[in-house]
Structures are given as structure tokens and as C-alpha cells.
Design a protein around this ligand. Sequence first.
Ligand SMILES: Cc1cc2nc3c(=O)[nH]c(=O)nc-3n(C[C@H](O)[C@H](O)[C@H](O)COP(=O)(O)O)c2cc1C
Length: 363
Amino acid sequence: MMRSATDATPSGKALPQPILPSQPLTALAPMQDVTTRAFFEVIARYGAPDYFFTEYFRVHATSRLEPHILESVTSHGTGRPVFAQIIGEDIGHIERSIEELLQHPVAGIDLNMGCPAPKIYKKNVGGGLLRDVAKVDDLLRAMRAAIPGLFTVKMRIGFEDTENFAALLDCVNRHGVDLLSVHGRTVKELYRSEVHYDWIRFAVERAEPAVFANGNITSARTAAAVARSTGAAGLMVGRGAIRNPWIFRQCRELFSGQTVYAPTLADVRHYVEDLWAANLRPDVEDQAQVNRMKKFMAFVGQGVDPEGAFLHDIRRACGSSDFFAICDRHLLEEGRAEIPFACEPYPGVIARPNREAPQTCSL
Ligand SMILES: Cc1cc2nc3c(=O)[nH]c(=O)nc-3n(C[C@H](O)[C@H](O)[C@H](O)COP(=O)(O)O)c2cc1C
């Protein structure tokens, strides 16, 4: 059943107002250790999505809401609704965490049914839940009963295969989930395989709540194509927004037929500065700060040059002066400032994990 963003949700509630009506909704995907309060604020400055989702709050016997994640609910300055995501499997512990979260200005509470990290799924939480439909049924029933407001789920299309997907969507329907995000990969497919948009379309047709399509939405143009091919009411963007913080603004512009903002490498240099400020920790050594920035640059660099020369140099940056000198060289100097930042990642420029950067620095 295709539901639009403005229809009442299956439990009879309204989703928060989007920035512009009559367009597909947009959301920033939850990303652990990335989607902090400060990152939300950076993204909002470049063009906010309709909704934000926090990284997951861990729920277990002794868990308390982690203060640094809670900050992204209580003191973000984005002006947009923030959904709080939890990861867990024990109903009692989840009910306790929901009660704690409801003391704060959450737009809704989201259950993680997708995390593919073995240390997570082996505890039967995150993506591990997708193996056990009966467990999911119990969990969604209990969560629905405990959440008076919006209850949302983010899931993958299966664990090893899609065998359980229809039954899992039926659980979503049975328990009045208000909004469903679907990352179109199985747990075993991690993050790099092709995305099965046909299975997202299947979810759109079978699920009662509005669906956010998620996975490899790299540009406003891809977002429009995914909205068309899946029929999804919304588009959720993760890594594409780290690479290109203008993406939500560009989606709004494209969807309403306006000229789409085309950032230059000089704009990217400003973005790097903003990311640096957002990630600055007074108690962190200079090189540790640079190493943290390399995680973000792994994505940003995919749009800077087709040879990956910027990323090659950034991975070897030693200290903040070197880091910023590399940025200036690749983003500003010798006429580069006016070069357009690529709308899509350059093929072959791969965002490799930060651990490939030198572990020690001789400077
Ligand atoms: C660094 C990183 C951290 C992530 N953390 C979370 C998380 O806390 N909760 C979650 O549901 N998904 C998490 N994800 C998955 C994303 O929300 C998203 O589903 C996935 O990256 C696919 O979307 P994309 O291709 O737009 O990045 C994470 C992804 C990345 C890359």
C-alpha cells in the first residue's frame, strides 16, 4: 500500500510537517559516530533534511541513555524533528529506555533492525533480529504499546536472503508502525553490494506506513530516480550526505523544478572547515583530530578529483597544518576553487576505511 507523507499514519497520527509539502520526504540516515549534534547542525546549515535520526542508543540490562547521543535530541539547533534510534532485543529493557526517551523532545522512537556488525547481530539485535520473525512480532507489539507517539522502524531486506521479508513487513503492519526505512541490502551484503531497489518497491507495496528508501542515494538525481522506481514516500541519505552536505537542498530544488545549486571546490573547502570545527574536541590531540577528519574526507574526496589525488594526500596528512595545506592545495590553489564539486562520486575513487591511514606520524 503506497502511503504519502501527508496521509495519516497507520496508527492514525500525523508525520511531522516536511520543509516543503508535496515533495518526497528526505531524512539524514543514522550513522554511528558521525551523526552527532554538531554534524546535524552542519548539515542543517547546508540544507536540512525533513527529518534527522540519531545514531543508536544501546539498550541492555544496565544501559542508560548515552549523554552524547541524547545531546543530538535535546540541544541541536536544526529546527527539524529528530527521531531517536534504539538497538536492543529485551522487551523490559526497551520499555525502560522508551520511558526515558519520552522525557525528551523526540519526534519519534526508531528501532534498529539492520546493523550488520557481527558483534551486534550475534547478540540477536540490529540486523540479527531479522532471522526471528516471532521475536520481531513480540518486540513490535510491546514497543507499539509503550510509545504513544510515532514509532518507526529501520530495517534491511533480510539477514542472509529475503525469505523473511514479507513476514517481517506483515509484523510492521500488524503493530501500527508509523514510518518504515528500508535499506535495500541484506545484513550479509553489508554496505557495498548493489542495492535491491526492487525489494524496496516490494516494501512500498506491502507495508502500510510510508517508506523511506535507503541505500546508495548519492545525488539529487539519484534520489529522484529512486523515488520514481520504488514509489517510496521518502528518501534517506547517509554517506551521500557526508560527501555532499548540499544534497537535501539540491533534492528540494530538483523536485520543485528550480536550478540545482552546484557547489565548487571552494565551497568544499568551507565545508571542511565546518566539519573541523564541529569535530573539535579540546581534550583530543592534534593528530587524533586529523585522523577523525580522515573518516569524513574519505567520502568528501570522492567528489574532488577523478584520480583520487586529494584522498591519496589526505590519508597521509600529519597534523592539522599539513591537513589544511593539503586541502588548500587541492581545493583552492592554481584555479581549483572554481572547479565544480562532482555531483556523483568519481567511479574508482573508493572511500576506504580510515585504518588504511598511517597509524603513526613522524611529525
Ligand atoms: C559510519 C556508519 C554508521 C552507521 N550507523 C548506523 C546506525 O547507528 N543506525 C542505523 O540504523 N544505521 C547505521 N548505518 C547505516 C546507514 O544508516 C544507512 O542505512 C547505510 O549507510 C546505507 O545508506 P547510504 O548508502 O545512504 O549510506 C551506518 C552507516 C555508516 C556508513
